[in-house]
Design a protein around this ligand. Structure first.
Ligand SMILES: Cc1ncc(C[n+]2csc(CCOP(=O)(O)OP(=O)(O)O)c2C)c(N)n1
Ligand SMILES: [Mg+2]
Length: 1014
């Protein structure tokens, strides 16, 4: 160690700081490699390199502008004022004399060294810019390496000997070097001594801020960041700013203390150890407001959420405190949620800018990071409806925990949406509460990347790591992050490296698993005290002022606490993150309990059909195959019929006329996975020239957005859900490529779509289009798993409902979502229309067809869609069997495509009088009323549920108890379909066809169930 001490002493003397924590790494440097070779190997500027310098030098002599600026500076320096003299008789003589006068011709070694040293200094500067963050002092505890590695890059001058890495020596420290244009450390100076260069680089890159940005491909962006952080004196704050920061820290800290005092044994996921997050967020919001932002949408996990609600959103404190009362009764319908998941929407005046600002914190489930894409979708929608295409008025802030940010794949999916035209929110500010632990797990076990933030590198987002115990550094970084977002409209990450003062929650004992870390944490002086001591010491505030500030906020909390005791009822409506003004009545109820007919006029149908069959822009050459498709559409329009794609066109188009925005997103939705939709036409001769006829329907119409998404389900479905949250006056559809792919978005389905209204009294009318059908395409492209949606439907299978006049609509109002499987294009058209005409919003799950898209029978007449027509929840048998119901021996109930197989089979077996086939179009909520009528119509028939899905999937488990409830368990409902199976479908075409044959045989074997008991 003694030689290290010696070096330390030398370094101190030279004013270069020794980074104490890297002792081990330091040893490596003594044997470190030099890339500027010397001695035996060829020196860098020998031979051809030297003639290169010579060439440059002569070129510079001719015209200083002909060489790069850095060479110009360099030669100017070397030249020390002497200029080219054109009057010398002979060029060669002149050059020789010039070189001689500079000692160059005779002693090339000198020039060589000069150039070599300058290049070395450039490399050195660059090394700090790239790798300085590895030695920055980011951990407030001083025990962990934020990048999980104690290794010190060998090209950072952490000990004096490392100058050798660049071929420099201690004796060079006081030499003055020209600064390259890629650094701003000089401020107004263009050259600095090496000693000063190193000192300034250390100050910028190796103190409490660690900057990762050199991977960004854009030079302008890199320069911008360098300028923001390298320019000397940038981190100066006025006394006023320091006092505001202190006051904000007081609020943040005392809020946590207050909760801890009053409810010491309640879970609240306190922020202790990262109290600086509150002033950090406020700085981002202040700065953004200053730059024109009017609406900030935030998503965050549990940690510090109550503090954010209280001190950033400014939710009334009593509303927060009263939630700790176990006797608080819920006033709203639904099951509610715990206090650290609820959302909030608040409009207020930003004190710093005196401008109006709206803040919204999205409600979220426990599932970490799941809210990220939802926030992005909602932000996009708010920007869209305001015409704020550049994101200058609305922005999002996402908060993350270190373990979740690194571990959850949806973070990556969300980042990948950030620059896609139909999904970008023009830059998100990410703030990571990097307390260097996830529940009980150490970062080393929680991620393989150096930092928890590395995922952000994929989109070239700069990452600013900052020691959270240095509040001023945090404020500076946040303010630069806000400016970055405003300047470049790209994502940026602020990594608050902090600690967690308590256990994962307040009940946990962290010493079980992190004993040493927590020994240190127990000794750690809270940031408020540290900062207050500093400001008191430098005279910015007095002790008395500080104490008064604390007393003032404590009083505010106490008074709110007293008031909170008067709150006996919790209104979750008061915690709504996305209110829809004017959509509901003043009590938040639907304005009616009815739905008008969903048909539209014949003229409209014809007009939309005509546009759907045309290319509404001039000189636009489409593919010949597409021309055929359009001609077929025109033909259908003339014949007053629609297929699936045209029915969808009619529904979407009709909304646009009514000012309802329609957005269809998902993988390859523009053309349609099955090449049936073609909503975007591509010019075959002009690259990237496209046309969306849907946007050419009327002069005045709402815009139609159809967008192929990234190959993501979790992220994109979350995004669309968020988009649908912003307004009830939009039809937002997400289509899965095949229905079963929705399971990679299961979290959004379970945690938001199925249960969102129950938890957060928040309506959402998102439509999921899930291609579904057993068509021998193998296990993975067949089933959209309808059973999963049905199993989560909340209508009671055993309760016989009361059939009031409003039954249909009130049943829809009560349910958590609607599940349909339409068998006709007209019904698909109607169910889409009903989605918007209902006086409330419900998620709609549509199992959409594949082969039916082109099935000649699966067409509908305009007659089924014109004004006055409506969605049919059940399509009863209306053939021969319906005319003589008493003679019917069997009623087969089914849904979706199997209907067409059954009808064909019935015909071939000549059983049209004996067997009725009734289609369930809306499966959930279950149309008890209509099915009751249907069952009563055929008193002598046995009842069969037929499905093409395996018995343990599909609809059987959902419909069986409900049918039984209708008949009061007096008649059996027999199952006909495929046997139970583990995989959704077979991969063997023949097995598929054999099983189809088998169940069709059973369906029409009228003796099949004779003598069987139920
Ligand atoms: C998707 C998901 N998986 C697991 C959990 C359980 N869980 C709750 S908090 C937590 C640790 C989170 O660590 P971090 O992201 O670092 O946040 P911190 O609690 O440290 O602030 C875990 C695993 C969860 N909430 N969500
Ligand atoms: Mg953590």
């Amino acid at each position: 160690m003694s030689h290290l001490k010696l070096f330390a002493a030398t370094l101190k003397w030279h004013g270069i700081k020794l980074l104490e924590k890297h002792d081990i790494a330091r040893k490596v440097f003594f044997h470190g490699q030099r890339y500027v070779s010397s001695g035996i190997s060829e020196p860098f500027l020998s031979g051809s390199n030297f003639s290169y310098v010579e060439e440059m030098y002569y070129a510079w002599l001719e015209n200083p502008k002909s060489v790069h600026k850095s060479w110009d500076l360099f030669f100017r320096n070397a030249n020390a004022g002497q200029v080219y003299d054109p009057h010398l008789p002979d060029q060669l003589e002149r050059k020789a004399s010039f070189l001689q006068s500079h000692g160059l011709a005779q002693t090339p070694g000198k020039a060589e060294k000069l150039v070599e040293d300058h290049l070395a200094v450039q490399s050195l500067i660059r090394a700090y810019q790239i790798r300085g963050h590895h030695v920055a002092q980011l951990d407030p505890l001083g025990i962990l390496d934020a990048d999980l590695d104690s290794f010190v890059p060998s090209d950072l001058i952490t000990t004096i000997d490392k100058l050798g890495f660049y071929g420099l020596h201690e004796s060079d420290l006081d030499k003055v070097f020209q600064l390259p244009t890629t650094t701003f450390i000089g401020g107004s100076e263009t050259s600095l001594s090496l000693r000063e260069i190193i000192k300034r680089l250390e100050n910028t890159y190796c103190q409490h801020i660690g900057l990762e940005f050199m991977f960004i491909n854009d030079v302008e962006q890199c320069q911008w960041i360098r300028q923001k952080f390298e320019t000397p004196g940038v981190m100066k704050f006025t006394n006023e700013e320091k006092r505001t920061l202190l006051a904000r820290l007081v609020r943040s800290m005392r809020f946590e203390d207050f909760l801890a005092r009053k409810w010491s044994s309640e879970k609240r996921f306190g922020l202790e150890g990262c109290e600086v997050m509150i002033p950090a967020l406020k700085t981002i919001i202040d700065k953004s407001s200053e730059m024109g932002i009017e609406y900030v949408i935030m998503g965050m996990p549990h940690r510090g959420r109550l503090n954010v609600l209280a001190n950033v959103i400014r939710k009334e404190l009593e509303q927060i405190f009263c939630q700790f009362d176990p006797k608080l009764e819920a006033a709203d319908e639904g099951s509610g949620d715990v206090k650290y998941h609820l959302g909030m929407y608040h409009e207020r005046i930003n004190r710093a800018t005196n401008k109006k600002i709206t803040l919204s914190l999205m409600a979220n489930p426990s599932h970490l990071e799941a809210v990220d894409p939802v926030v992005q979708g909602k932000t996009k929608a708010e920007q869209f409806y305001r015409g704020d295409m550049a994101g200058k008025k609305v922005m999002s802030i996402l908060l993350h925990g270190d373990a979740a940010f690194a571990g959850q794949g949806v973070v990556y999916e969300t980042f990948h949406l950030s620059d896609l035209p139909s999904y970008t929110t023009n830059g998100t500010i990410h703030v990571v509460v990097n307390n260097q632990i996830g529940f009980t797990t150490d970062p080393r076990m929680a991620r393989s990347s150096p930092y928890p933030t590395d995922v952000a590198r994929v989109v070239n987002a700069p990452i600013f790591h900052v020691n959270a115990d240095d509040p001023e550094a945090v404020m500076y970084v946040c303010s630069v992050a806000a400016e970055w977002r405003n300047t470049f409209n790209k994502d940026v990450v602020v990594d608050l490296v902090c600690y967690r003062r308590r256990g994962h929650n307040e009940m946990d004992e962290p010493m079980f698993t992190q004993p040493l870390m927590y020994k240190q944490i127990h000794k750690q002086v809270p940031v408020l005290k540290k900062y207050a001591d500093k400001l008191i010491a430098d005279g910015t505030v007095t002790l008395q002022e500080f104490e008064e500030e604390i007393a003032k906020y404590d009083r505010i909390c106490e008074e709110a606490y007293t008031r909170s005791k008067d709150n006996k009822i919790l209104h979750i409506k008061h915690w709504l993150d996305s209110p829809w003004p004017g959509f509901f009545n003043v009590d938040g109820e639907p304005k009616s309990m009815s739905c008008p007919p969903t048909g539209i006029s014949e003229d409209l149908l014809t007009h939309i059909g005509n546009v759907a069959s045309s290319v509404p822009v001039k000189d636009f050459k489409i593919h010949a195959g597409l021309s055929r498709i359009l001609r077929a559409r025109l033909e259908m329009t003339k014949n007053r019929v629609v297929d699936w794609a045209l029915a969808e066109y009619m529904a979407f188009g009709s909304f646009l006329k009514e000012g309802i925005h329609v957005r269809l997103s998902g993988q390859d939705v523009e053309r349609g996975t099955f090449s049936h939709r073609h909503h975007v036409l591509h010019d075959q001769e002009v690259d990237k020239r496209t046309c969306v006829p849907m946007n050419h329907l009327w002069e005045q119409q709402a815009p139609y957005t159809v967008c192929n998404s990234s190959l993501s389900e979790y992220g994109v479905l979350g995004f669309e859900l968020g988009f649908a949250m912003a307004s009830p006056n939009a039809l937002v559809c997400w289509e899965a490529q095949f229905g079963d792919f929705h399971n990679t978005a299961q979290c959004i389905i379970d945690q938001f779509i199925s249960s969102g209204q129950a938890k957060w009294v928040r309506h959402n009318g998102i439509v999921l289009l899930l291609p579904h059908g057993m068509e021998g395409m193998g296990p993975e492209h067949s089933s959209a798993r309808p059973e999963r949606f049905l199993q989560m439907s909340n209508d009671d299978s055993d309760a016989y409902p009361e059939f009031t006049e409003q039954f249909e609509v009130s049943q829809l109002y009560e349910c958590n979502w609607i599940v349909v499987n339409c068998s006709t294009p007209a019904n698909y058209f109607h169910v889409l229309r009903r989605q918007i005409l209902l006086p409330f919003r419900k998620p709609l799950i549509i199992l959409t067809p594949k082969s039916l898209l082109r099935h000649p029978e699966a067409k509908s007449s305009f007659d089924e869609m014109v004004s006055g027509t409506t969605f049919q929840r059940v399509i009863p048998e209306n053939g021969l069997a319906a005319h003589t119901p008493h003679e019917v021996r069997r009623v087969i109930f089914c849904t979706g495509k199997v209907y067409y197989d059954l009808v064909k089979e019935r015909k071939s077996q000549d059983l049209e009088k004996q067997v009725a086939i009734t289609r369930l179009e809306q499966i959930s909520p279950f149309p008890f009323d209509l099915l009751k009528e249907e069952l009563e119509k055929y008193p002598g028939a046995d009842l069969v549920w037929c499905q093409e899905e395996h018995k343990n999937s599909g609809y059987y488990d959902y419909v069986k108890p409900r049918f039984r409830t209708i008949v009061n368990h007096t008649r059996p409902i027999w199952y006909v379909g495929r046997e139970p199976a583990a995989a959704a479908a077979t991969g063997n075409k023949n097995t598929h066809l054999v099983s189809l044959r088998r169940f069709l045989d059973t369906a029409f074997n009228l003796e099949a169930f004779e003598g069987k008991t139920f």
